[in-house]
Design a protein around this ligand. Structure first.
Ligand code: ZN
Length: 349
């Protein structure tokens, strides 16, 4: 990796994590344009970067905090100002994003390899959008592996779909609330405390991937294996047709042992951009795979495939959906055939 890059832990590929790791907990505050006037490539302009470094026991060892003078959206949006309490006077004499980002990456370089931790999944995307807008060297050219502490908290609570606010989590865990919320530097302290309180080696295996950059080639594609499912992320293709023709995407491999599975219900499309398949590993049973096609942030299209054990309910649903899908295709085919026959007939008259 070039020297001007900060060293991130295992940005992609297979998840193999030792017990000894270090962390940079990151939080951003941003400003936005008046409604409808934002740049599509950078809807939010960062006005504060807050971060703390944690050792392997999740103790804070250092912190970074800087306010940023906005250069794109120069009026503070009412909502952002209300939430953060930051005013334009606070930001006027501050350095710009380029300068703060340079200090931030220099600060990050003062540690060994580390993994980013954030509350939710937005910060790393918005940070990279700002980096791109200001044409600065990126954090990585590959997907970024990180720990989404909000997601870990949901898993800790036993409901992976829950999206708890930081304030609620802090209160539920009886963490003392000695700092005002919604300032980046305070929110990272709280995020770090939540993380320390809930963390376990098992929970820390549940890494996330920020896909602002999709895998650059086949060797960098993500094959992540978790205890109850596997996740595969392809590289990006210039168009959907190229992606749909990519053979690796449609292979049925067991999420436990990686062996080829036997197809039970072949791939069908339940709604546009989503495909389903049911297959069977002789050792690990029936498995449901879902492929979702996505538009890449930079360019082109990529896909995410999730495979997990299929419940009886899911099997039943898939049988019904695949039947409905093939009936729909058949009737579309019949209508088309009928139209062709009709037009042939009228041409011959
Ligand atoms: Zn298997």
């Amino acid at each position: 990796m070039p020297n001007d890059r900060i060293i991130l832990e295992n940005p992609c590929t297979y998840v193999t994590i030792g017990n000894m790791r270090k962390y940079v907990v990151l939080d951003l505050e941003w400003n936005q344009a008046p409604r409808g006037k934002e740049l599509k490539t950078m809807p939010f302009e960062i006005i504060e970067i807050g971060a703390v470094r944690l050792d392997e026991d999740k103790n804070e060892t250092d912190s970074f905090d800087a306010l940023i003078k906005p250069e794109v959206y120069k009026t503070l949006h009412g909502i952002n100002s209300q939430i953060t309490g930051i005013t334009m006077e606070d930001l006027c004499g501050q350095p710009n994003f380029c300068s703060v980002y340079k200090s931030f990456t220099d600060w990050c370089k003062n540690t060994d390899t580390f993994i980013f931790c954030t509350w939710g999944d937005m910060d790393l995307t918005e940070l990279q959008r700002n980096i791109r807008h200001f044409k600065l060297p990126g954090l990585s050219n590959e997907p970024l592996m990180f720990l989404d502490i909000q997601k870990l908290y949901s898993i800790y609570k036993g409901n992976a779909k829950l999206k708890t606010g930081l304030e609620t989590a802090v209160s539920e865990l009886d963490i003392s609330q000695d700092l005002p919320f919604h300032r980046a530097i305070n929110d990272v302290h709280y995020t770090a405390r939540v993380f320390k309180k809930i963390s376990s080696p098992e929970l820390e295996k549940k890494v996330s991937y920020n896909l602002f950059h999709t895998p650059s080639d086949r060797d960098h594609e993500i094959h992540a294996s978790f205890d109850t499912y596997s996740k595969y992320v392809t590289r990006a293709f210039p168009d959907r047709y190229g992606l749909l023709k990519y053979k690796d995407l449609w292979k049925n491999e067991c999420f436990v042992c990686g062996n080829r599975c036997r197809t039970k219900i072949d791939w069908f499309s339940s709604q546009s951009k989503t495909f389903l398949d049911l297959s069977e590993c002789p050792e690990h049973g029936l498995q449901r795979s879902v492929i979702r096609l996505k538009k890449a942030e930079i360019s082109g299209f990529y896909a995410i495939k999730i495979t997990h054990s299929a419940s009886d309910e899911e099997i039943k649903q898939m049988e019904e959906k695949s039947l409905a899908c093939s009936q729909k295709n058949r009737s579309q085919y019949e209508r088309k055939k009928h139209r062709v026959q009709k037009s042939n007939l009228s041409n011959s008259e």
